[in-house]
Design a protein around this ligand. Structure first.
Ligand code: CA
Length: 220
């Protein structure tokens, strides 16, 4: 039997949160407001936000991308870890969700670091590529509709510099990727992308079992 990742009971997960999460007040308030929202489950976990802050700092990131902003928690977590001249190009299609995001970005004093683009993300990413911005970003976070994940990944990879990192959320789909009885389109898309990434020699790869599975693809 191979070594395997520890299962997190509710008690152990709470312990992990208690001893490691240093969530700033503004993020805590945003998370609480979002959890009252009918779609609140789409928000990333606080330990994941903090993990992404460490990644952004390790990368020395200044220019970052986000695909799927929702109410703004992940963009805010990243923006707070950037230098003063850092930037998040945040892609979403929903004005109502991102209106909540803007309020908290203002409250946190980092609204000037976040460039929200309300349009289909494939269009926004293609526009950045057409504008000659390939190879200029340090970090990208993909957390949107699963059917388009491969398209987001390919564009994000092109926009990254060598040594830049794409992080893809929900790559374990609550365990459904490993359940043969599940064959919905979104799960099929994630399975196909996981298989593709394993064989993709343009990247260094790690699927980290934090929250719902966060794949890290480090561009060679
Ligand atoms: Ca997600």
């Amino acid at each position: 039997m191979s070594n395997k990742t520890i299962g997190l009971s509710d008690d152990l997960h709470q312990y992990l949160l208690d001893v490691s999460v240093r969530e700033p007040e503004v993020l805590r308030r945003l998370r609480a407001e979002t959890m009252r929202h009918p779609m609140g489950e789409m928000q990333i976990a606080p330990e994941q936000g903090q993990f992404m802050q460490v990644l952004v700092r390790m990368l020395g990131a200044r220019r970052t991308l986000e695909v799927g902003t929702f109410t703004g928690y992940s963009a805010l977590a990243v923006a707070l870890a950037l230098p003063d001249d850092g930037q998040v190009v945040a892609c979403d299609v929903n004005e109502a969700y991102t209106a909540i995001a803007r309020d908290y970005w203002e409250a946190a004093g980092v609204a000037d670091r976040i460039d929200l683009r309300i349009a289909p993300a494939l269009e926004t990413l293609d526009a950045l590529l057409d504008d000659g911005q390939a190879g200029t970003f340090d970090f990208a976070f993909v957390d949107a509709d699963k059917a388009n994940y491969d398209g987001y990944y390919e564009r994000a990879l092109a926009l990254l510099r060598p040594g830049g990192l794409v992080a893809l959320d929900n790559m374990l789909r609550g365990g459904r990727v490993a359940d043969p009885s599940v064959d919905d389109a979104a799960t099929q898309a994630i399975r196909a992308l996981n298989e593709k990434l394993r064989a993709d020699d343009r990247i260094h790869l790690s699927l980290v079992p934090i929250a719902d599975g966060l794949t890290l693809a480090l561009k060679k």
